[in-house]
Design a binder for this molecule. Structure first.
Ligand code: FPP
Length: 262
């Protein structure tokens, strides 16, 4: 009752699962599921501009899409979902837009934490947390704290994330560990290098989705995407739906992954 009132107060809408999507989930679950899906959520600004709205309206709608796609991934039983939410290059945007983006984790905390906890989802952050505004980092830390013992879907927000900076950071830590005698240089291999990245114990993404028609990686998970299947759509992130997400998974199931073999 209190939960229902709280949801009403914040204008939160529950999505009813249709018979069609239940059947689709069952069909997909019979095939090979990606363990980890990463998404470049692009097109928020254009979505808003097309409607004569300020760009930030696109980001807000994009946050609602995050809710739907998280549910879709969780219902399907995917292990990890990673969302590119703010890149190290996004600080170049107008101050108002940056400020708005930095306020979204707090809003998402207010509107979605209860459901994430109910669904046993664990929230993480990848990126340079130390450069985020205090209020943004606090919201992220509250998410982490409240969900740290959850054992279901791992939902990671890449916030102030850049893959090159992640690789440089990892390299510096490795040098420090070698110099302090904690790490033997000869024991360094690809698998150990991966442990120095923000993704530490996450499986590498099997599937990368990018919305809005751009066909590039934009400094996202450069190390981890080495063998990922890439899937692009012209649909802008605020219009991306559970059905399209499942379409991407279905297409993934038809791909043949050879990892360099024949
Ligand atoms: C790219 O679209 C999108 C972003 C830079 C921000 C994505 C952020 C969200 C969807 C919300 C994040 C929410 C939480 C809770 C962290 P764009 O603005 O570059 O679109 P454009 O290419 O059309 O201009």
């Amino acid at each position: 009752m209190i939960q229902a009132f709280k949801k009403w107060l914040i204008g939160y809408k529950d999505e009813k699962q249709t018979d069609e999507s239940r059947q689709r989930i069952e069909k997909l679950q019979k095939g090979r599921l990606p363990r980890h899906v990463a998404i470049i959520m692009d097109g928020n600004g254009r979505w808003a501009q097309k409607r004569g709205l300020p760009r930030v309206a696109g980001h807000r709608q994009g946050m609602i899409t995050i809710r739907h796609i998280t549910r879709a991934a969780d219902d399907l039983g995917i292990e990890a979902l990673t969302l590119y939410s703010f890149s190290t290059e996004n600080w170049k945007r107008p101050e108002d837009e940056v400020n708005y983006l930095m306020s979204l984790p707090e809003e998402f905390l207010r509107t979605d934490l209860d459901e994430l906890v109910e669904r046993n989802i664990q929230v993480r952050m990848l990126g340079r947390g130390e450069d985020l505004p205090k209020h943004t980092l606090e919201a992220i830390n509250k998410f982490r704290e409240a969900t740290k013992n959850n054992t279901g879907l791992i939902l990671s927000f890449a916030m102030n994330y850049g893959a090159r900076s992640e690789i440089v950071r990892a390299s510096k830590q490795i040098i420090e560990d070698v110099e302090s005698g904690k790490l033997d240089k000869d024991s360094l291999d690809e698998s150990l290098f991966g442990k120095y990245l923000y993704t530490v114990d996450l499986p590498e993404p099997d599937l990368l989705i990018r919305t809005s028609g751009e066909v590039r990686i934009s400094n996202f998970m450069l190390w981890q995407l080495a063998y990922s299947e890439l899937w692009f759509t012209d649909v802008q992130w605020p219009d991306f739906t559970r059905e399209r997400f499942y379409q991407a998974i279905e297409d993934f199931q038809y791909r043949s992954r050879r990892y360099g073999a024949v």
